[in-house]
Design a binder for this molecule. Sequence first.
Ligand code: CTP
Length: 409
Amino acid sequence: MPNMLAGRKILLIITGGIAAFKAIDIIRLIKKAGGEVQPILTASAQEFVTPLTAGTIAGNEALSELFDLTRESDIGHIELVRDADLIVVAPCTANFMAKMANGLADDLASTAILARDKHVIVAPAMNVKMWSAGPTQRNLNLIVEDGMQIVGPDEGEMACGEFGPGRMAEPETVFAAIEDYFYTFGENLPLKGKRILITSGATREPLDPVRYLTNASSGKQGTAIAAALRAAGAEIEFVTGAAEVPPPNGVNVTQITTAQDMYDAVHEALPCDVAIFCAAVSDWRPKEVGSKKIKKTGDGEAPSLEMVLNPDILKSVAALEPGERPALVIGFAAETDNVTEHARAKYERKGCDWLLANDVSAKTGTFGGDSNAIVFFDDQGHHEWPQMSKAEVGQKLANRIASFLKQSD
Ligand code: CTP
């Protein structure tokens, strides 16, 4: 994954609230990813974390006073903002949100915000009643209209003992939004401007309102591929069934249940440059879906299931006319035996450009596990990739897609 934060400078404004300690973790995450942090603490933030702590972790002196003359003479508040690539306010109190919404500038943090020429990510943190209060919601609308990006707040138990929305988003979530900003606006990303459709997870075919047929796909491989392609700058349409892992940050998610839903969502999301079919799709569905729970009969007989075929989504996209067909259509093959032989037949049958076959027999632990061993097929033949993590498979595939598109541009 390209290291998006290397050499990037983030102005982190920490305002006063119990969540201020979480800002320290945000600093750590940015530093670990190679970014630079310039912390600014408001006076009330210093009741919760000291400038020394924030400055030491950041490796940059934490600033707080507007009229620090020495500081003002060499880096004024305007330069501070000009110097930064991104501004993050975390945690953002109701009071600071009100100041940002109304253009108040009575300390270094609020002055920097008013003088900004950079994108601002805001992670609010406050008591649930303060969050839902009319003035706060009005201020929220104003800062959103001004182009600020809001992350959170989360719902949950608050430090004050009340329950509801108001808790600051977790540091990892704020960090993901920071990374995503640079993915979206970063320069020289290999897949910038490319639109990629990915299916992932398992479909579910209902038998009645409480039962369904499905499979053991965890969605991990599709998610890892989406994350790697997003990191390379692509816009991702992620059409997913049931999965054990959440979709990656920054992708457009369409959640579906059945194979027919997935077919419809995929065709709706077209056109795209590349389409990747990672989902484990049910090949059949019950012909009749009971509107009520199917009951046991008194005679002890088990009901028999009549099945009908589902549409083959990959095949339908691979067969599109030039102009409508993505430049690259990539399928997967889940096999439990004779992997190469079955996969070659599947490659020919499906009409895709590349096919990644994996052995999903129980002994390999591929389904649900974190690693994968791929046999890769294209029109030149096939070759084996060594066993690697699903994240590495995602990265390798992203690199291959980027070089294919570069050649065909
Ligand atoms: N696929 C699809 N729509 C279907 C079935 C499969 O898009 N109705 C896609 C999968 O996402 C995968 C590829 O086709 O990219 C192969 O899926 P797989 O389950 O391995 O093969 P099947 O076509 O289902 O064939 P078989 O069950 O005979 O192995």
